[in-house]
Design a protein around this ligand. Sequence first.
Ligand SMILES: Cc1cc2nc3c(=O)[nH]c(=O)nc-3n(C[C@H](O)[C@H](O)[C@H](O)COP(=O)(O)O)c2cc1C
Length: 359
Amino acid sequence: MQINPYIFILPRTPDQIVWDYKNHKQFELNFEYSTRLAHLIDNPEKFDDNNIIDTQLLNAGILTTSIQAPLEWGWDELSKIFHIGTKNIPCEYVPQDINEWSRHYLDHCAEVLATPAPEARLTERPTSERIALPPPSCLPQSALAKILIDRKTCRSFTGEGVSLDDVGTLIYFSLGYLRERDNDIDETIAEGLGARRSSPSGGGLNACEGFLHVQNVSGLNPGLYAYHPDEHALSFVNPVPDSPLGQLLCGQHFINNLPVGLFITARFDKLWWKYEHSRAYRMAYVEAGHISQTFQLVATALGLSTWLTGALADDQIETLLGIEDSAEQPLFFVGCGQSDGQVMCKELKALLSSRGSQQ
Ligand SMILES: Cc1cc2nc3c(=O)[nH]c(=O)nc-3n(C[C@H](O)[C@H](O)[C@H](O)COP(=O)(O)O)c2cc1C
C-alpha cells in the first residue's frame, strides 16, 4: 500500500482537506479519518482490509496499490502542484461539433454576464488628474503600425492552404535562431546559449520549442512536425489524428479547418537548470506569450488571419507531440490561415440572432 503521491493536505479547522490534485478531487476528513490517515502515512503497511476507514481511503484514491513512477520535477512542490493541478482539467463535457460548441459558449457567456463585472481598476477611479498623452505620431504610416492595428483574433477560416514559403517565414521569425545575429558578441554568454530569436527569452535559454500542426500546407503532408530552430528545418513526428483539431482544443470546433498551427512547448528542465526557484515557472508562460504574439504579427504581415488558445487537452497533445510525461510541456497554441475576418463563426452568429429574435 502507498499514499497517493499526488495529494496535499490543508488544515481547515475542524477538518483536513485532502486534495488529489492530479485527479482533481477533494475530500474533507474529520478528526477520526485524519488520525487514521496520519497512522497510514507513518506506515502504509498498517493498512487493514477490515478497517472501513482504510478501505474508504483506498476507494477514494488517497491510498493506492499501484506503484507510480514519480514525475521528473526540478522545482519545488508548489509549482508541481500548480502545474499538475491545472492540467487535464475535466471538462463537464467537450462539445462534439460546432453547433454544440456555439450553444455551450453562449450559455456560458449568459451565465457570466448575469453576475456583476469586476470593479473598475484603481487607476480608473476619479481621484487623480489625467495627464493627456500625445497621439501616436511616429508609427502610424509604418508597416509595423499597420500590422499592430490589423492583428485580430478570427474564428472563421476558409480552410485554404498556406504556402510552404509563408510557413518558413512564419516559423523562422517566431522560433528560428536568427542567422542575422550569429555574430552578436557577448562574452558573458555561456557556450551553447548564444542563439537568439526575434522574441526575448528568459535567461537566453530558448526554453520554448514549437511543433507545427499541418493540415493544409503546400508541399507538406498533414501531420505534426517538430521545428529545429538551429537548422531551420522540420522533422515529422506523427500523423494528424482522425478526430478534428477542435477536439484537442477543448471542443472549439470552429477551428477544425485551420490550415496550420503551432503548439508552443516549454522545456522546464532548461529553466530549472538555470533558475532553481519555481518562480521561473511563470517565465515559461511569459516567453510563450512573446512567441505567440510574434507569430501573430508575422502571420498578419503575410496577409493571414490568426487565432490562439491555451485550452489544450494536455495528455492527448503530449502524446501527439511525442513528449508525454517529460520535462517538455505544451503551453499554448497559435494558428493562422485565410479567413473572412470574422470574430465569430457563422454558427454562433446564427444562434445569437435566433436567440435574440426569441426575446
Ligand atoms: C492567453 C489567451 C488565451 C486565449 N484563449 C482563447 C481561446 O481559447 N479561444 C478563443 O477563441 N480565443 C482565445 N483568445 C483570444 C481572445 O479572445 C482575444 O484575444 C480577445 O477577445 C481580444 O480580441 P483580439 O485578439 O481580436 O484583439 C485568447 C487570448 C489570449 C491572450
